[in-house]
Ligand binder design. Structure first.
Ligand SMILES: [Zn+2]
Length: 92
């Protein structure tokens, strides 16, 4: 079980949160100009690293706000938590 440090509420049990997938996926500025392969890449292709991963979480049973987390996918250790719109930690 993870203990996630919500930027607004503080540390809470993982059961209060919903995982939202990889962070920093940006919608293309002009979707109509993309090929089918490029659109499929935007919609479906995600990193699946063994190690450091930047991901989105929502405090679903708390403040209901989204934020980003840097988590190691091997150890599950969370090294950084930051608000949406803030830059990710350097080197991650
Ligand atoms: Zn919260």
């Amino acid at each position: 079980m993870l203990l996630i440090d919500c930027p607004w509420c503080g540390p809470r049990d993982q059961s209060e949160f919903a995982y939202g997938g990889e962070a920093h996926i940006v919608r293309p500025r002009d979707p109509l100009s993309l090929s089918d392969a490029e659109w499929a890449d935007y919609l479906f292709m995600r990193a699946n690293p063994k190690g450091t991963h930047r991901e989105q979480w929502c405090h679903q049973h708390g403040c209901r706000r989204w934020f980003n987390v840097v988590r190691d996918t091997v150890t599950y250790r969370i090294t950084h938590v930051y608000k949406v719109g803030e830059p990710p930690p350097q080197g991650k």
